[in-house]
Design a protein around this ligand. Sequence first.
Ligand SMILES: NC(=O)c1ccc[n+]([C@@H]2O[C@H](COP(=O)([O-])OP(=O)(O)OC[C@H]3O[C@@H](n4cnc5c(N)ncnc54)[C@H](O)[C@@H]3O)[C@@H](O)[C@H]2O)c1
Ligand SMILES: [Zn+2]
Length: 361
Amino acid sequence: MPPTRIGVTAAAGAYSVLVGERTIDTLARELDDARLGPRRIIVSSPRVWDFHGPRFRKAGAERTPVLVEDGERHKNLTTVSRVHDALVKAKADRSTVVIAVGGGVIGDLVGFAAATYLRGIRVVHVPTTLLAQVDSAIGGKTGVNHALGKNLIGSFHAPSLVVADPTVLDTLPRREFRAGLYEVIKYGVITEPALLDRVRSTLPAIFARDPVAVAPLVAASCRIKAHVVSADERESGLRRILNFGHTVGHALEAATNYKRFRHGEAVGYGMLAALSIGVARGVTPASLYDEVLDLITHLGPLPPVSDISSKEALAAIGRDKKVVAGTLHFVAATKRGETTTLTDVSAKEIRTVLKQLGLRA
Ligand SMILES: NC(=O)c1ccc[n+]([C@@H]2O[C@H](COP(=O)([O-])OP(=O)(O)OC[C@H]3O[C@@H](n4cnc5c(N)ncnc54)[C@H](O)[C@@H]3O)[C@@H](O)[C@H]2O)c1
Ligand SMILES: [Zn+2]
């Protein structure tokens, strides 16, 4: 299948997202065509580079990549400084392009390093996890964690190009792969029901990482994310729909110190919570809740929640960035592919749904 090219508009300039099998092999040409050079410095993690480094030999980048650790606990200013150090040592200048090769952690932190080096140099994302391909590489949100909270330090810095090649997902641990699928389901619920049908009907091929099954999921997801962030780069309105399932999802992650869940798994629970609140309100059809529950159940087991205190999870929601000037913007589904924002969801309603999910009092 030929690659799919998706355009994104951003305040800093338009860029393309290229999705397709073996697109990494044509990276050099893409970079040349987009006039991204002459100097190109790759930043990746030892793990990702061990698996996929050889594929970048012909990317026209400098021979030695900068390698930094990529666990969530390394997503901090110290690691950003390491990237800065390497850029200074390499005498990177305003014309240098940084190529981030890795999952969402590498993308976010390298994007932030590029945003802040010389007040901003260009960055290209080559996402290597499903989550990064369908979500984090597009939209220009960059940043790192602070000791007191996740993603508290950051900036908007749109990439100059994104190249998503599903063949790199072969080496991804199954749990990481699955975590990305919950975000794909999210896109299905909020705007494109056909995605739900597609995941459902091709699940074995998807889990086998057959690019013929995976590439269309990535392309459809990228198209949706690209459309949403093009219309609302800074999240003042439309972009909020991407937070579907994230209010409760983030709360579960925070209540377990970001250690128990992969982000997508928490979103899996969060989507069920959002659907459940919608059903209780009469805005969401019960059939949609049943459909998503069934799909999520088919993906495999989610980590347990029975020891998590619903009170703590609720407190985490109060601290969430989605609370704007004291108002929680809660995204609920009105039918397959459509949402509405509720601004009057009460603590009691959320608490009830958390208990339904299995959290303790
Ligand atoms: N900027 C955004 O809009 C946005 C959106 C969603 C999430 N995020 C951020 O993304 C991060 C999560 O990203 P993630 O889920 O990709 O996790 P990650 O970057 O931590 O990667 C997960 C693991 O997979 C490994 N890995 C990556 N690619 C691999 C491959 N091809 N084969 C084998 N192993 C591979 C990594 O080494 C790591 O151990 C979070 O920090 C989150 O805040 C950002
Ligand atoms: Zn998410």
